[in-house]
Design a protein around this ligand. Structure first.
Ligand code: ADP
Length: 204
């Protein structure tokens, strides 16, 4: 991709804004979100999100799977992007993936502590990824459980951040997205997401 506006300051999640409600009416949101358990690299969506590291040059976990499935052209494009800061996101083509694009976002490292910075950085990952979806007129996107693997963010609070941030973005941009898929890989995350989604995205 050429001249992608990689990340813009005004897109950063604003921690002073009101939090969305965690339960209660979903307002028809439930048909815009799905839970999928399995390998994100097989999904035929407009974009899959990669839990990358700041070099954008590949790594372990989902990042390694995505680079392996996309092929070496993905590495070459990532190499031209000069890395990415924590909480930011950059977009590339999907190459050999069934997904048209990959949105690379860098989650916070949370092995030793989770504080305001880590929480806000994780929110920014989801928010800024969705802003790229909108900027490129994409309609379907799949997220892995960013930061909860090698980066050590606890699964339950990470799911709260993922779900509440996506819900709020959809509420702000209802006509900009057709479907957001939460792609979990582990049974523990499947259980967590299923329970939280039934509360957060119920329509009534
Ligand atoms: P991070 O460094 O951000 O913690 P990881 O890749 O280590 O990223 O883990 C993030 C999540 O991605 C974890 O829940 C992990 O189980 C999951 N994961 C690993 N491989 C895949 C895959 N092929 N598809 C979807 N999720 C995956």
């Amino acid at each position: 991709l050429e001249k992608i506006p990689s990340w813009r300051q005004e897109n950063r999640f604003n921690e002073e804004e009101e939090e969305p409600e965690l339960t209660g009416e979903g307002g028809g949101l439930s048909d815009k979100v799905s839970l999928y358990k399995g390998d994100i690299t097989v999904l035929e969506v407009d974009a899959i999100v990669n839990a990358a590291n700041s070099s954008l040059l590949g790594g372990g976990g989902v990042d390694g799977c995505i680079h392996k499935a996309a092929g070496s052209c993905l590495y070459d494009e990532c190499h031209s992007l000069s890395g990415c800061e924590t909480g930011n996101a950059k977009i590339t083509c999907g190459y050999d993936l069934p997904a048209r694009y990959v949105i690379h976002t860098v989650g916070p490292v949370a092995r030793n502590q989770v504080g305001t910075t880590e929480n806000n950085d994780l929110k920014s990952c989801y928010w800024n990824s969705l802003q790229l979806v909108k900027e490129h007129s994409l309609k379907t996107v799949a997220f892995p459980c960013i930061s909860t693997g090698i980066y050590g963010f606890p699964n339950d609070p990470a799911a709260d951040i993922a779900l509440s941030t996506v819900k709020r973005w959809i509420k702000d941009n209802p006509d900009k997205i057709t479907r957001v898929i939460f792609c979990v890989f582990l049974e523990t995350d499947f259980v967590i997401y299923k329970r939280k989604m039934s509360l957060l995205f119920q329509d009534n």
